[in-house]
Design a protein. Structure first.
Length: 348
């Protein structure tokens, strides 16, 4: 029998567990410090297992700040709530230092041996917050205005962002007279709200969360070389942005050379899968030093909908707004202004 291997599930819309091991899916909560994180993990796995009757699930807690007695009590509450058919396929384990506590269910010996690896991988992932819903709503409206698309419904915005009707209504009120309402109640921007855009740019770390990578090997690959490798990844959740993306939409962009590769990762859930970075170049290392040259920037898009555009050769490109924010992140302010002027002028 072929031994099970540890891997991340393929990209998919909606929830997906952190790892797969044979027929078992694993949700990891690294360093959980409250019951909400525990309950969220249990419910996510329970919903998933209800739709996947042939699979088992493990909720793995890494160094939880919750006592073993409290964990077992939470499980007793889960037994009163969840379906027995799902409970029979669900396990919970906690790892404190070198000790593994089985809170509920059973752990296969091979899976138990991989727990430390799973927790280590998950704890290295950045804890990125998504765009505030009001910003996400504004940016979708702005993108549709740039693209001269038809007005949209509030339901469309709710689904694209993943938010409630009151959230959309509040964001539209904030935009005030910039919103045009059609007779059928559909909405759109009628112009460019410069003040609102400047607020987004000023807080772009929130609107456009980004992970930077530097090459410290002394043999830095060119952005073009990294782009070639990206094409071989076969990742539908990745798109090219930044300078390369802006040139796709505006070939006359005034910039000599390409300083770095910008990629946008569509990640509606809370766990960005960054395993592709090592495939692009094992020499790439995360950096938070603003003075260090960046070879790769990964922008994480957390809205439910992505607005990638695919070129004739099959290359996906991040949307125009995403590319604009990437230029600001790279401190290419003159090029960002030039690209913005082009987009605004093109709408006419």
């Amino acid at each position: 029998m072929k031994a099970a291997s540890l891997k991340r599930p393929p990209p998919a819309p909606g929830y997906r567990p952190d790892f797969e091991w044979g027929d078992t899916v694993v949700e990891v909560k690294a360093d959980p410090h409250n019951f909400r994180s525990l309950r969220d993990g249990l419910l996510q796995l329970a919903y998933y297992l209800a739709e996947q009757p042939g699979r088992r699930g493990l909720l793995l807690l890494g160094n939880p700040r919750i006592t073993d007695a409290a964990l077992k009590n939470e499980w007793r509450l889960a037994e009163l709530t969840l379906r027995k058919e799902v409970l029979a396929r669900l396990s919970v384990a906690a790892k404190r230092g070198d000790t593994v506590i089985t809170v509920a269910g059973e752990l296969a010996p091979g899976l138990r041996a991989r727990l430390s690896e799973m927790i280590a991988q998950e704890s290295r992932l950045p804890q990125l917050r998504g765009r505030p819903p009001s910003q996400a709503i504004f940016l979708i409206l702005l993108l549709h205005w740039f693209r001269r698309q038809e007005p949209m419904t509030t339901q469309y915005l709710m689904q694209a962002v993943g938010c409630s009707y009151p959230t959309v209504a509040s964001a539209l009120r904030r935009l005030g007279s910039w919103i045009r309402r059609e007779s059928d109640r559909r909405i759109k921007l009628w112009g460019f709200p410069a003040d609102e855009w400047q607020r987004v740019v000023a807080a772009r770390e929130r609107a456009h969360p980004t992970i930077h990578y530097a090459d410290r090997s002394g043999q830095r690959r060119s952005p073009e070389a990294l782009l070639e490798r990206t094409a071989g990844l076969d990742r539908s959740d990745l798109a090219v942005g930044g300078v390369i993306g802006a040139r796709h939409y505006f070939p006359e962009l005034d910039l000599r050379g390409t300083p770095r590769l910008d990629l946008t990762l569509h990640c509606p859930n809370a766990n960005p899968d960054l395993s592709f970075v090592n495939l692009l170049d094992p020499a790439l290392e995360r950096t938070e030093d603003p003075g260090e040259p960046v070879s790769l920037a990964v922008h994480v898009l957390r809205t439910r909908a992505a607005f990638f555009k695919t070129a004739g050769d099959g290359q996906p490109f991040a949307d125009e707004v995403d590319c604009l924010l990437s230029l600001h992140d790279a401190r290419l302010e003159a090029q960002a202004r030039e690209f913005l002027d082009h987009l605004v002028t093109s709408v006419g």
